[in-house]
Design a protein around this ligand. Structure first.
Ligand SMILES: Cc1cc2nc3c(=O)[nH]c(=O)nc-3n(C[C@H](O)[C@H](O)[C@H](O)COP(=O)(O)OP(=O)(O)OC[C@H]3O[C@@H](n4cnc5c(N)ncnc54)[C@H](O)[C@@H]3O)c2cc1C
Length: 473
């Protein structure tokens, strides 16, 4: 495909960078995709950062390679909700214009029957594992890139690996070029898109001398941990967990079950995983449908469903290796909590000059802890007490894994420079031609996994750039 349009330099080849690179090349722009990793996996660990966290459980997982962290991901996808974005006034109009692009994002991930999925009010509001819907293995940005380049003959898309961008050179609000680490070369372009991830993008802005005080702040993730142990007291308890569940087949080692009749406004997501060989056995139990007295549609439960919903907290029940019906009652099962987080500007990534390294300051605030405990209490007393015993683990807070693989909100969308880093077109306030496309722009952490939204954002940004720069070229 020939190109007579503007040149675009994209930094980072994860889901964000890969998808926008293909979209812009398909529109005829001349695209260069710079990736600091190679084609081979190389997983960076916390050695690259100084971490100032209360918990020792700092888990940083991202992959520096073509395809970015999508080479490690598990394939759980979910839509964000309008109210997640409404938290910031700049996002009120933003969300509807992004939401339309979820369909594109599902198609990109190879999910074919998405219309049916989205019609299902439960799945619409909950996480789905896309491999449930016919994909043999997870989508990888790396494969996507190579396949698209080959199929669409995208000669105007150039990928350069082992090209770590050191900084962006900019004059009077216009970015001119990028300087590559350990290379005596720089690369000029008309438009720059940072897709270096929730930690990489703010670091690059800071190293490049951008001054906005919000850069790197509000870092949030989805902390996770075993919060409680669960024991079934009787078959009603087991049935409580399994009643109203819908089975979705997955081809590999376990079957996944999700609640199917929760109020569609209730976004908490529960699942039980059961080893495959026991699947038929448990299905029979469910088919016989033991009677369970409580009805989740009971209006009295409404406030508590809302309570669960409010903080975007999910409980996940894992019942592993269920060898016999007896072990069902003798075992304690882990109850895992995945948390959404309140934003704290003191949670941040910045460059620590004394160590010459990026540094992460991070803690879980009291409101988050309180909300998790009150959630636990409500679940315990209103849903579970008769048939299921739930015991809070005393050390759950210390054992939360504070930072997982989701790095969010470090370059948030804002109305003005004082409350964000990019505007609602994902353009850096401080620049006329630098854009950000990764989960760093998310206005809140929500509880949802980010890839689907990153891809939807790629489509939205490509349309904006096409309109804006094509017209001017
Ligand atoms: C084990 C695991 C499981 C996960 N499971 C899920 C899941 O089920 N669902 C979900 O939605 N998400 C999941 N995620 C998270 C998901 O993979 C990430 O949110 C997503 O990949 C982020 O995409 P991105 O394009 O913003 O950044 P990344 O994928 O992190 O890509 C950024 C790229 O930029 C490159 N880069 C960084 N700095 C520079 C620089 N200075 N110069 C050049 N290149 C640079 C990096 O090398 C990297 O390749 C999971 C992650 C992990 C680790």
């Amino acid at each position: 495909m020939s190109s007579n349009k503007k040149s675009i330099c994209i930094i980072g080849s994860g889901p964000g960078g890969a998808v926008i690179a293909v979209l812009m090349a398909e529109l005829g722009f001349s695209v260069t995709l710079l990736e600091k990793g190679s084609e081979d996996p190389e997983i960076a660990t916390e050695d690259n950062y100084i971490a100032n966290c209360k918990s020792k459980n700092l888990e940083l997982r991202h992959a520096f390679q073509i395809g970015g962290t999508s080479n490690l991901w598990s394939g759980l996808i979910a839509k964000y909700r309008r109210k997640d974005f409404d938290e910031i006034s700049a996002c009120k109009d933003f969300f509807p214009s992004m939401e339309n692009h979820y369909e594109f994002a599902l198609e990109t991930l190879g999910i074919k029957n998405h219309a049916a999925i989205f019609k299902d009010s439960i799945i619409k509001s909950n996480l789905i594992r896309h491999s449930l819907f016919g994909l043999k293995k997870n989508w990888r940005a790396k494969d996507y890139l190579h396949k698209k380049i080959k199929d669409r003959k995208l000669e105007n898309l150039r990928i350069i690996s082992n090209a770590s961008v050191e900084k962006i050179i900019h004059v009077n609000g216009i970015a001119k070029s990028v300087v590559l680490h350990n290379r005596q070369e720089s690369l000029n372009a008309d438009i720059f898109i940072l897709a270096a991830g929730g930690l990489g993008s703010p670091m690059l802005l800071l190293k490049s001398g951008y001054k906005n005080k919000n850069i790197g702040k509000n870092l949030s993730t989805h902390p996770k941990g075993k919060i409680a142990s669960l024991k079934f007291k009787n078959l009603n308890g087991f049935n409580f967990i399994l009643k109203n569940l819908s089975f979705k087949k997955r081809k590999d080692y376990y079957e996944k079950i999700c609640f199917s009749n929760l109020d569609s406004n209730c976004e908490n997501f529960h699942y039980v995983s059961i080893s495959k060989k026991r699947f038929d056995f448990f299905k029979k139990i469910i088919d016989k449908s033991f009677k369970f007295s409580r009805d989740l549609s009971n209006p009295k439960l409404e406030p508590y469903l809302r309570m669960l919903n409010k903080f975007g907290i999910r409980l996940m029940f894992f019942a592993k290796s269920l060898d016999s019906i007896f072990s069902l009652f003798s075992k304690n099962y882990d109850v895992n909590l995945y948390m959404a987080q309140k934003h704290l500007s003191s949670n941040r990534i910045f460059f620590d000059k004394s160590f010459n390294l990026p540094r992460i300051d991070y803690k879980i605030c009291k409101e988050d802890i309180d909300s998790a405990i009150s959630l636990f209490d409500k679940v315990n007393s209103y849903f579970l007490q008769e048939s299921v015993e739930l015991t809070l683990k005393e050390d759950w807070i210390e054992n939360l894994v504070l930072i997982h693989s989701h790095f969010l909100s470090t370059c948030r969308i804002g109305m003005h420079e004082k409350d964000g880093v990019v505007d609602s077109n994902l353009k850096l306030f401080e620049s006329k031609n630098v854009f950000i496309l990764d989960s760093s722009v998310f206005p809140c952490s929500g509880y949802q996994n980010p890839v689907l939204t990153i891809i939807a954002l790629a489509k939205r940004l490509s349309e904006f750039l096409h309109q804006e720069f094509n017209a001017k070229s």
